[in-house]
Design a protein around this ligand. Structure first.
Ligand SMILES: *[C@@H]1O[C@H](CO)[C@@H](O)[C@H](O)[C@H]1NC(C)=O
Ligand SMILES: *[C@@H]1O[C@H](CO)[C@@H](O)[C@H](O)[C@H]1NC(C)=O
Ligand SMILES: *[C@@H]1O[C@H](CO)[C@@H](O)[C@H](O)[C@H]1NC(C)=O
Ligand SMILES: *[C@@H]1O[C@H](CO)[C@@H](O)[C@H](O)[C@H]1NC(C)=O
Ligand SMILES: *[C@@H]1O[C@H](CO)[C@@H](O)[C@H](O)[C@H]1NC(C)=O
Ligand SMILES: *[C@@H]1O[C@H](CO)[C@@H](O)[C@H](O)[C@H]1NC(C)=O
Ligand SMILES: *[C@@H]1O[C@H](CO)[C@@H](O)[C@H](O)[C@H]1NC(C)=O
Ligand SMILES: *[C@@H]1O[C@H](CO)[C@@H](O)[C@H](O)[C@H]1NC(C)=O
Length: 342
C-alpha cells in the first residue's frame, strides 16, 4: 500500500520524466558491487573509518551496524558489529572521537513512515577493540521531542557534538554526545516538509564543508547551504542560500562532498546519482530510473584507504521505496563508483 502511495505521489510531484538523455563522454562512471545483502535489506547510511573500513547502518529488516573491511579487495570481509534490539531501524552515523561513533535509530510503521518520539542516539566505541570482544555500545540518550531523525554529522571543530536532521519537524538538533543534552540548533522554513509531500520528509542529508552546512530538502529536490559557527548555529551575518534545485530528480536523499567541492547526491526512489559542481551545474553520473546500478541509493561516502580515495561508496535500499521499472526489488548493496576521471 505504502509503496504505491509513495510512487504515485512522487511521480505526480516530479517534473515529467524524459526518456534516457545522452550522457556526456565517460559517463556513466565505472562501478563495481562491493557487496550485496539479502533481499529486503535496506542500507541507510555509511561512514568510512580512518583505516578505510566501511561502517554501514541498516534500516530494514532490523537495526544493525555492519562493517565491511577491505572494501577495495575482491573479497571484503563483512561482519555485524551490533544488533540494536530496542528500535526497528538505524539511520545516521558520525565519528565523534577516533574510532568512536554515534549512531541513531528509531521506529517506523512503513517505509519512510516514522513513529514520532521513538528515536535515540547510541555511542559505539570501536577504538582499539577487536570489534567482538571489547566493543562498547551505550545509549547516549533517547530524544522524545524529535519526530524523525535522519541525517547526522559531527561538528568539525567540536566533534563530540553532532547535528541531527529532523525530517518531519524540519529542524536541526544539536546533541552533546558526552552529556546527552540536546536542543534545536537550526530552524528554517527551507527545512520543512514541502506541501503535497507523500511522506513527512523535508530536510534529509546534512554535511559540513568549509564551515558551511549543506542539506537536502528531499521532495523539493533542493540542496541548501548556510555558514555555521563552531556550535552549529548560523554564523554571524550569514544567510541561507538555495544552492541548487535538481529539477529532473524525484527525491534527494543523502550526499557526499568531495575534496574538490563536487556534491554527489543520491536519489533513492528513482535510482540515480547526481554530481553537482561548485558552480551549481549538475548531471546524472550513474544509474537511471529503470536501472539497477545504484537502485534505491540512500547515501554515499568517499574511501579513506590507500587506493580508494576517489572511490565513492554508494549504499542502497534495493529500490524498496520505488521498485525499478515498477516491479523489481533486490537486496541493498554497497557499490564502488570510480570518480577518478570526473
Ligand atoms: C525480492 O523481493 C521482492 C518483493 O517481495 C520479490 O518480488 C522478488 O522476487 C525478490 N527477489 C529475490 C531475488 O528473491
Ligand atoms: C545479529 O543478528 C543476526 C541475525 O539475527 C545474527 O546472525 C548475528 O549473529 C547477530 N550479531 C551480533 C553481533 O549480535
Ligand atoms: C583509544 O585507545 C587508545 C589505546 O587504548 C587510548 O590511548 C586512546 O585514548 C583511545 N582514544 C579514544 C578516543 O578513546
Ligand atoms: C520500537 O519498537 C519495538 C518493537 O519493534 C518496541 O519493542 C520498542 O519499545 C519501540 N520503541 C519505542 C521507543 O517505542
Ligand atoms: C509527528 O510529528 C510531525 C511533526 O511535528 C507531525 O506533523 C505529525 O502529526 C506527528 N504524527 C503523529 C502521529 O503525532
Ligand atoms: C572547500 O574549500 C576548498 C579549498 O578552497 C575547495 O577546493 C572546495 O571546493 C570547497 N568545498 C566546497 C563544498 O565548496
Ligand atoms: C521505465 O520503465 C517503465 C515500465 O516499464 C516505462 O513505462 C518507462 O517509460 C521507463 N522509463 C524510462 C525513462 O525508461
Ligand atoms: C525491470 O528491471 C529488471 C532489472 O533490471 C529487469 O530484470 C526486468 O526485466 C525489467 N522489467 C521490465 C518489464 O522492464
Amino acid at each position: 500500500m505504502l509503496l504505491w502511495a509513495i510512487l504515485l505521489a512522487v511521480l505526480a510531484l516530479a517534473s515529467p520524466v524524459h526518456g534516457a538523455k545522452q550522457l556526456a563522454a565517460g559517463l556513466p562512471l565505472s562501478h563495481r558491487v562491493v557487496y550485496q545483502f539479502p533481499n529486503h535489506t535496506w542500507l541507510e547510511n555509511i561512514f568510512v573509518r580512518s583505516n578505510g573500513d566501511l561502517l554501514v547502518t541498516v534500516l530494514m529488516p532490523s537495526a544493525a551496524l555492519i562493517q565491511i573491511s577491505d572494501p577495495s579487495s575482491a573479497e571484503p570481509t563483512v561482519s555485524i558489529v551490533h544488533n540494536f534490539t530496542s528500535v526497528d531501524g538505524l539511520l545516521g552515523i558520525a565519528e565523534t572521537k577516533h574510532d568512536v561513533f554515534t549512531v541513531t535509530g528509531g521506529n517506523f510503521t512503513g517505509i519512510g513512515a516514522q513513529v514520532n518520539g521513538t528515536f535515540s542516539a547510541w555511542e559505539v566505541d570501536l577504538n582499539g577493540s577487536d570489534m567482538y570482544n571489547n566493543k562498547n555500545v551505550n545509549l547516549i540518550t533517547s530524544m522524545k521531542p524529535v519526530a524523525f531523525m535522519n541525517g547526522l554529522t559531527s561538528l568539525p571543530e567540536n566533534p563530540t557534538t553532532v547535528l541531527i536532521a529532523d525530517s518531519a519537524l524540519g529542524v536541526v538538533w544539536r546533541l552533546d554526545t558526552l552529556t546527552g543534552r540536546f536542543n534545536k540548533a537550526l530552524d528554517f522554513l527551507d527545512m520543512k516538509v514541502v506541501p503535497g509531500s507523500p511522506l513527512a520528509i523535508g530536510i534529509n542529508g546534512i554535511r559540513i564543508s568549509n564551515d558551511t552546512l549543506y542539506f537536502t530538502n528531499s521532495f523539493e529536490r533542493t540542496i541548501y547551504r548556510v555558514k555555521i559557527d563552531k556550535t552549529g548555529g548560523v554564523a554571524m551575518g550569514a544567510a541561507m542560500e538555495k544552492f541548487v534545485q535538481i529539477k529532473e530528480a524525484i527525491f534527494l536523499d543523502d550526499f557526499a562532498i568531495g575534496s574538490d567541492g563536487v556534491i554527489w547526491a543520491v536519489e533513492n526512489v528513482a535510482n540515480r546519482l547526481f554530481a553537482v559542481r561548485p558552480d551549481g551545474s549538475y548531471e546524472v553520473v550513474e544509474g537511471g530510473i529503470n536501472q539497477t546500478t545504484v537502485a534505491g541509493d540512500t547515501a554515499a561516502a568517499f574511501g579513506r584507504g590507500k587506493t580508494d580515495q576517489k572511490t565513492l561508496y554508494v549504499v542502497t535500499s534495493g529500490a524498496q521505496a520505488g521498485p525499478v521499472n515498477g516491479t523489481y526489488v533486490e537486496g541493498g548493496k554497497v557499490v564502488a563508483v570510480d570518480t577518478s576521471g570526473y
